[in-house]
Design a protein around this ligand. Structure first.
Ligand code: SF4
Ligand code: SF4
Length: 284
C-alpha cells in the first residue's frame, strides 16, 4: 500500500527525509512558453525544461532500478519533461508501466501544461498515478496570449487568443477530471512581473473552487534566448504578497526547488551524480 505522505514536494515534513527522481523521457513539447528555452543547458542550470540527456523508457527503468538501490529513501517517480509528458504520451506511460510493475509502492507524479492530458486521465488513474501538476498561468485570455507564442493541438498550430482559450479550456477540464478520479492536483503558476502578477489571486480562487489541492507560485527565471529574457525576476516582496493572496483560497506550496527534468535526490540537493547517471544510461 502506497503511503502518499512520503511525497517530499507535497509534504514539507517529508522534504528532508524522502527523495524524488524525475525521469527525462519526454523531450517534445506541444506549446511554446515565452519563458522557456529547452535548448540551453549548463551544469548550473536548475529549472524545469532542462536535462543533461533524454532517456528511452527501457533506459529510464534501468536507471531507476540502479538509483533505487543507491537511494533507499526514494519515494517518488516524477516525469516533468524536458518537454511535456503528454506531448510524448507513449514514452511517459510506458515508463510508468515498466516501473509500476516492479515497484508498485512508488508514488507516481506527473507535471504537464495540460493541453494533451485529458485523453490519458483514465489510464493514468489505472496506473495509480496519484499526483498531477498542471501549469496554469492566468485565466485572462489577453495575458495568456502574451505568455504562449504558439500551441500545437492535433496537427494544427494556434496563436494569440485562440491558442490561449484552447489551452485554458483544456487545463480547467483536466482539473475536474483528475479530481473525479481522486488524483491530487497541484497548480503551478509562473509569476511573470508585469504580465500575470495581477491575475494570480483570481486564478487561485477559481482552481480552489474546482477542487485543486495546492498551488505553487514559481518566480520566473529570465532565461537567455527567450522572449521574456529582459523581464526581471519577481522580487521577494512580490512573491510573498502573491503567496499571501492565494492562501485565502488554497494551500500554497512554499518549498518548490525549481527542479530540472532529470533531478534526483532530496529537494534542493546537488544533482551532479544523477546527471552523470542519466548520461550513462542514455548511451545503452
Ligand atoms: Fe512531482 Fe513536481 Fe515534485 Fe517533480 S518537483 S516530484 S513533478 S511535484
Ligand atoms: Fe517549456 Fe514546459 Fe512551457 Fe513546454 S510547457 S515550453 S517544456 S515550460
Amino acid at each position: 500500500m502506497k503511503d502518499l505522505s512520503l511525497h517530499p514536494c507535497f509534504n514539507e515534513g517529508a522534504k528532508h527525509k524522502y527523495a524524488r527522481v524525475h525521469l527525462p523521457v519526454a523531450p517534445k513539447c506541444n506549446i511554446q512558453c515565452n519563458y522557456c528555452n529547452r535548448r540551453f543547458d549548463c551544469c548550473n542550470e536548475s529549472r524545469p525544461g532542462v536535462t543533461s540527456s533524454v532517456l528511452l523508457p527501457f533506459q529510464a527503468s534501468l536507471y531507476f532500478k540502479d538509483l533505487k538501490q543507491k537511494l533507499e529513501n526514494l519515494s517518488v517517480v516524477g516525469i516533468a519533461g524536458p518537454g511535456d509528458p503528454f506531448a510524448n504520451p507513449n514514452e511517459t506511460l510506458t515508463t510508468i508501466e515498466l516501473i509500476a510493475k516492479e515497484f508498485p509502492d512508488m508514488i507516481f507524479c506527473l507535471s504537464s501544461n495540460g493541453l494533451d492530458l485529458a485523453p490519458h486521465i483514465d489510464r493514468i488513474a489505472r496506473l495509480n498515478v496519484s499526483h498531477v501538476t498542471i501549469t496554469i498561468n492566468s485565466l485572462n485570455i489577453e495575458t495568456l496570449a502574451k505568455i504562449y507564442s504558439w500551441i500545437r493541438y492535433g496537427n494544427k498550430y494556434y496563436k494569440g487568443s485562440g491558442a490561449a482559450q484552447l489551452l485554458l479550456n483544456k487545463q480547467l477540464f483536466c482539473i475536474r477530471k483528475l479530481k473525479e478520479k481522486g488524483i491530487i492536483v497541484k497548480i503551478n503558476t509562473v509569476v511573470i512581473p508585469g504580465i500575470n502578477d495581477q491575475d494570480i489571486e483570481e486564478l487561485a480562487r477559481k482552481v480552489a473552487e474546482m477542487g485543486a489541492d495546492t498551488m505553487n507560485c514559481i518566480p520566473m527565471y529570465p532565461t537567455a534566448g527567450t522572449a521574456f529574457e529582459n523581464i526581471e525576476e519577481p522580487s521577494r516582496e512580490m512573491m510573498s504578497r502573491i503567496r499571501t493572496q492565494i492562501s485565502k483560497y488554497i494551500k500554497p506550496m512554499k518549498h518548490c526547488a525549481r527542479c530540472r527534468a532529470d533531478a534526483a535526490g532530496l529537494l534542493g540537493q546537488d544533482n551532479t551524480a544523477a546527471m552523470d547517471m542519466v548520461k550513462q544510461y542514455s548511451t545503452l
